[in-house]
Write a protein that binds this ligand. Structure first.
Ligand code: HEM
Length: 493
């Protein structure tokens, strides 16, 4: 481990000290890029030999975890630095660049990957779309997802992830990358397929996804990396996110066999998820919960909170069942410190199918001795598209595309994203309580399938069912699975 990485390592890490080489791991994985805007630049590889040569000039642009931690410190120092006359902080220009390859991309580069043990990755996301419940036509091998054309046909070989403080910073980084790979010149090894950019929402909505809920609150903390572990779900072993590290095990509990170049890499899931915000708001208003003393608007807010499992402020419904308590969000010791135990059989407090309960069931499973460590994912991502316009508000329908560029990291897509989407969010019978009279139903936010229904939405009578609209509010329009190698892996392959 280099001196620099040692300096960045936590002085008093909880649990066993794990020698993570923060100079070897791409930065977005463990620390997440600080960002106001981010572009996913999807490319195909036309000339593999030339690409490998040009990649050598690109690798120095890749930000490692150690570098992102330094950037974060710069931002913190900057906040405390003297401001400009008028009280505005000085501008600080920072960009982060990472790269990942689809299985088709690795194959194009001639990289044999028998130890990249992940069937989802090997097939690519388009081949997985039917299993994920995405809309489309045909079945089995003839299934064609109803996605944007760029994501079909395994033509995406890689993705540059470029994040930064502003569009000019990100655009200039992209020009630098394009220059290295000779894009639009006879010396080009890649073709640009599609760029999708996202932006943090403006003003008070900053940090909130388009339905209005604060996002990015609950992510697993990683043993050996995160220094403070506040109350909440147990931290995960680094091998849940990084290949070849402690915890990267097969289904029998034995460490997965990984080639040296794969160690410290991670699988990235990208999903292009459109959100129908006016339709979502209309549903909340039409089905506003009637509780004593609640106005129609407050009843709609309560219903929204029960669908997500958190209020728009981010306060967990499990701790603030009937009234928002934004103060909880400012308490690192409280914001994640809930277990869904108190009302296992009743869903009076939090519906079984609430999005955060479906995607991280906590003690719903763990109290029965079932570990969910391997099902944890590190979520990143950013919003895309404009704010809802006056016309959309008036007509209560989506006119302009907006949503979430969902991204998450894990050492196994099969155990991580794919499992959460297929076996939990889309599974009406999950969580499988023995004594529960009600079928929990779909995750109302991301669950996909026919006859979408939700029980437990009404705290007055949790056995009541509510039909969810046949047209879901979250519509997948594409996606891909990528392997994000370590710096060593990039240099060696
Ligand atoms: C948490 C919204 C897609 C998995 C959350 C939270 C919100 C949210 C508001 C609570 C904030 C937090 O705990 O960070 C959305 C929206 C989505 C979406 C609007 C689509 C447009 C997904 C997908 C997955 C997913 C596709 C995985 C299959 C999770 C997980 C958590 C979470 C694991 C944390 C649960 C916990 O640990 O308590 N999401 N999400 N989400 N979401 Fe999503």
């Amino acid at each position: 481990m280099s001196d620099q990485a040692k300096q960045q390592s936590p002085a008093k890490a909880p649990g066993p000290v794990i020698d993570l080489d923060l100079n070897n791991i791409q930065g977005d994985i463990l620390s997440g890029f600080p960002k106001k805007t981010e572009t996913n630049y999807f490319f195909g590889i036309d000339n593999p030999d030339l690409f490998k040569q040009q990649l050598k000039n690109f690798i120095p642009l890749v930000k490692t975890v150690a570098q992102v931690l330094k950037d974060r410190k710069k931002i913190d120092d900057h906040k405390n630095a003297p401001h400009l006359p008028g009280g505005k902080p000085h501008l600080i220009k920072l960009a982060g660049v990472n790269v990942g390859f689809s299985h088709a991309g690795l194959a194009k580069l001639g990289i044999v990957d028998t130890n990249l043990l992940d069937t989802a990755f090997l097939g690519g996301q388009a081949a997985d779309a039917e299993g994920l419940g995405d809309p489309g036509s045909g079945t089995g091998p003839t299934f064609v997802p109803d996605w944007d054309a760029a994501f079909k046909g395994n033509q995406i070989h890689g993705s540059f992830l470029v994040a930064g403080d502003s569009h000019p910073t990100v655009d200039s980084k992209i020009r630098e990358i394009e220059k290295i790979f000779g894009v639009n010149t006879p010396k080009s090894s890649i073709c640009h397929i599609l760029s999708i950019s996202g932006d943090v929402r403006p003003g008070v909505e900053s940090g909130h996804e388009h339905f209005g809920f604060l996002d990015g609150i609950s992510n697993p903390l990683v043993i050996g990396f995160d220094q403070k572990i506040p109350p909440g779900p147990a931290p995960v072993h680094p091998g849940i996110v990084l290949l070849g590290r402690d915890g990267d095990n097969d289904s029998t509990g034995k460490p997965n066999v990984r080639d040296d170049w794969m160690v410290d890499g991670s699988f990235l899931v990208f999903r292009y998820l459109h959100q129908k915000v006016p339709e979502f708001n209309k549903f909340l208003s039409d089905n506003s919960l009637q509780l004593p003393g609640l106005s129609k608007k407050e009843g709609a807010d309560l219903l929204g909170a029960r669908l997500v499992g958190r209020w728009q402020s981010g306060a967990p419904v499990d701790l603030a069942p009937f009234e928002d308590d934004p103060d909880l969000v400012d308490h690192p010791d409280k914001v994640n410190s809930f277990e869904f135990t108190a009302e296992r059989d009743f869903q009076k407090i939090c519906p079984f199918a609430a999005h955060v309960r479906k995607t991280n069931p906590r003690a719903d499973l763990e109290a029965n001795g079932i570990s969910i460590e391997t099902k944890r994912i590190l979520r990143r991502g950013i919003q895309f598209g404009p704010e809802v316009s006056k016309q959309e508000q008036r007509e209560q329908r989506t006119i302009f595309a907006r949503g979430l560029l969902f991204q998450c990291y894990q050492s196994s897509i099969v155990n991580g994203f794919q499992f959460i989407q297929k076996s939990w969010a889309n599974n009406v019978n999950f969580p499988p309580f023995q004594k529960t009279p009600q079928v929990p139903g779909f995750d109302p936010i991301i669950g996909q399938g026919a006859n979408r229904k939700l029980s437990g939405y009404d705290p007055n009578d949790p056995s009541k069912e509510l039909a969810l609209p046949a047209d879901p509010w979250v519509v997948p329009r594409g996606g891909e699975y990528f392997f994000v190698p370590s710096i060593k892996g990039l240099n060696e392959k």
